[in-house]
Design a protein around this ligand. Structure first.
Ligand code: GUN
Ligand code: FE
Length: 420
């Protein structure tokens, strides 16, 4: 057992922060035992690690990011989704047939997730099995938890990124054999999106998810041209979400759909019914001119939601910065439609931590039984005039960066900087 002493802040529900000034947080076997105002008599003999005047908060979860697009971060902002994929994204992903190139990029990617305090990641790799495997090994070496998808696609993309349905099944099964039972890093079935997957491949993906009880991730209703194209490709489907559902890829196993900018009506109802999680990616939606996702509607309807950086549609890997963007986008949306209240700070913090964390089990809170995924924030540089603890956290979220994150924990273990 271990006790950590610091100012403890977390969001047990979306309406409020729990704030324990100079609190004691007890951890046993990687899980939170309790948070206390003063040290209980029964824990007097447990070693205490004292973080002094620092903040102790849950670690971040990135629910949607493309690891192989890391080189393209912060460039190529002049096109919308479909031509952007064709001109910038597919050419970069083609390079990942070379595992030496993949290693160089993926090491940097994992190191930078670490820097920004993201201890759980749901990532797309590429179609290439060997470099996908490498990414999974790098997460494991770092001690950071991840769900990593070998991307499946077999149409409407360059030949070099296409695979046969048989190869897709074989490669996914090889990764399941190696990582299927792993505690930290597991595979996730990843059909890229309907336009790049034939019905046969989508069916094979659905079968794999069911057979091996694997989660699923893909993209949904991001861009209006994309949605129109999906309707042409799957004319029988009632909506884009239903097109996935027909192949067992929409909540039969835990499922994350990125974006959902234009989700409404029956698609929204299906997400609620099947408890499909939205990965909200505000920077990507801004950069690719996709639109403003109706996050308030998802909250009202009880659709699960988390935040994603979506590098390189998104340009920023920090989930703290993503909270700020999400709040700001919700305010612009509110300006256009006053019936959808903008997001508050406790709401967005809860979305990024406890709500997203449900995908990994009991993650993202400091209630008893939760896995101890945590960050220690040294904000003395930002706290120049005795701000309240809540304002200190708010200022760190708005103004802080990786330099203020001084310790990181995943599942109870301190995680040190991975080698690049
Ligand atoms: N839809 C299909 N592939 C992608 C991708 O790589 N990024 C984004 N933002 N949307 C996609
Ligand atoms: Fe994406």
């Amino acid at each position: 057992m271990q006790i950590y002493k610091a100012h403890v802040l977390f969001t047990p529900d979306r309406t409020r922060f729990e704030v324990i000034e100079n609190g004691y947080l007890a951890v046993d076997e990687g899980k939170v035992v309790g948070v206390y105002n003063s040290l209980p008599a029964s824990l007097q003999d447990v070693p205490v690690r004292d973080f002094g005047d620092k903040l102790l908060i849950p670690a971040m979860n990135d629910m949607h990011v493309h690891a192989p697009q890391y080189r393209n971060q912060g460039i190529a902002m002049d096109l919308e989704l479909l031509p952007w994929l064709e001109n910038y994204t597919f050419p970069e992903e083609s390079k990942f047939s070379d595992t030496a190139y993949a290693e160089r990029m993926y090491r940097r990617f994992v190191r930078d997730l670490w820097r920004f305090g993201t201890m759980r990641t749901v990532a797309f790799a590429t179609v290439h099995k060997d470099s996908t495997r490498l990414l999974m090994q790098l997460f494991k070496e770092a001690g950071m938890s991840a769900r990593v998808g070998k991307v499946d696609m077999n149409r409407n993309c360059p030949e070099a990124l296409q695979e046969s349905v048989e190869d897709a099944i074989r490669d996914n099964e090889a990764l399941v054999a190696e990582f299927g039972e792993d505690e930290l890093v597991r595979p996730i079935i990843t059909p890229r999106f309907i336009p790049t997957c034939t019905p046969e491949l989508l069916q094979a993906c659905g079968n794999l998810a069911r057979k091996y009880k694997l989660p699923v991730q893909s993209h949904l209703s991001e861009n209006r041209n994309e949605i129109a194209w999906v309707q042409e490709l799957e004319p029988e489907s009632r909506n884009y979400g239903d097109a996935y559902d027909r192949y067992g890829l929409f909540g039969d196993t835990p499922t994350i759909m990125a974006h959902c900018v234009w989700t409404a009506g029956e698609e929204l109802e299906l997400m609620r019914k099947n408890q499909v999680m939205v990965a909200h990616c505000p920077t990507s939606n801004l950069n690719l001119t996709s639109g403003m996702s109706p996050v308030r509607v998802f909250l009202n309807e009880g659709v699960p939601i988390g935040l994603g950086s979506d590098i390189s549609g998104g340009h920023d890997l920090s989930i703290f910065r993503m909270m700020v963007y999400a709040v700001q986008v919700s305010k612009m949306r509110y300006c256009q439609d006053k019936s959808l209240a903008f997001l508050t700070l406790p709401e967005i913090f809860w979305i990024a931590t406890k709500s997203a964390g449900t995908f990994f089990g009991k993650v993202g809170s400091f209630e008893p039984g939760y896995e101890f995924d945590a960050l220690v924030i040294d904000d003395k540089e930002l706290n120049h005039d005795n701000y309240s603890l809540l304002h200190r956290l708010e200022r760190f979220i708005y103004l802080g960066d990786d330099r203020h994150i001084v310790h990181r924990f995943c599942r109870g273990k301190e995680i040190h900087e991975p080698k690049v």
